[in-house]
Design a protein around this ligand. Structure first.
Ligand code: URA
Length: 199
């Protein structure tokens, strides 16, 4: 399946073609239980690309990433450093996707096999969107992009993934359950702001 996904991803030379390639990819069982393929939201020209985990119930219903409670917190967090998925201005915009385009049943964690299977699509997605920097939201995004887990250890330290500067952060769903961790998330957001202002 990995080879097949790699072929399909490699042939897509626009974001719309990639969306269509994912939509017609039949080798991942998650697709069977999903209502929608969740591809992305925001502005592809944005300097910052956020990679989350997978659609939840609301995302599956609406076909858009991060539209539930975690998404509202994500919008608030990035709004505080002047970035929004609604902004028409690439400087102030966000582009948002997930490791997996389909909701895992019952919102279970994505399996390592599912992450590996869909990784060629994610890598192609990053190449086509061509962001200046990437934010990895939580363990699944770190597993996909860095091949590492341990978000509480990884967060706040820049790494390189897909050939770009990449900052792991705790997932907003984690922050909803652990509000005390918002302090560290705020420090991470300031690092993103500082890096954008530098370059
Ligand atoms: N959590 C994610 O990681 N992605 C979404 O799109 C929604 C919730």
């Amino acid at each position: 399946p990995v080879v097949v996904a790699g072929d399909a991803a490699g042939k897509a030379d626009t974001l719309e073609a990639l969306r269509a390639a994912i939509d017609s990819y039949e080798m991942c069982d998650l697709k069977l239980g999903a209502r929608n393929t969740v591809f992305a939201d925001g502005k592809p020209a944005a300097r910052v690309m956020i990679i989350g985990e997978a659609p939840g119930r609301e995302e599956d219903q609406k076909g858009l990433p991060f539209v539930g409670r975690a998404g509202q917190l994500l919008d608030k967090m990035f709004g505080a450093i002047g970035l929004s998925r609604q902004s028409p201005d690439a400087e102030a915009a966000l582009y948002i996707t997930n490791v997996l385009p389909w909701r895992p049943p019952g919102n279970r964690d994505p399996s390592p096999a599912e992450i590996a299977q869909m990784l060629p699509f994610l890598a192609r997605h990053v190449d086509l969107a061509d962001p200046d920097l990437i934010v990895l939201m939580g363990n699944a995004a770190c597993a996909a992009a860095l091949g590492k887990r341990g978000i509480l250890r990884l967060r706040g330290t820049w790494a390189e993934a897909f050939g770009r500067p990449t900052l792991p952060m705790t997932h907003p769903a984690y922050l909803l359950r652990n509000p005390a961790a918002k302090r560290e998330a705020w420090a991470d957001l300031l690092q993103i702001r500082a890096r954008l202002d530098q370059a």
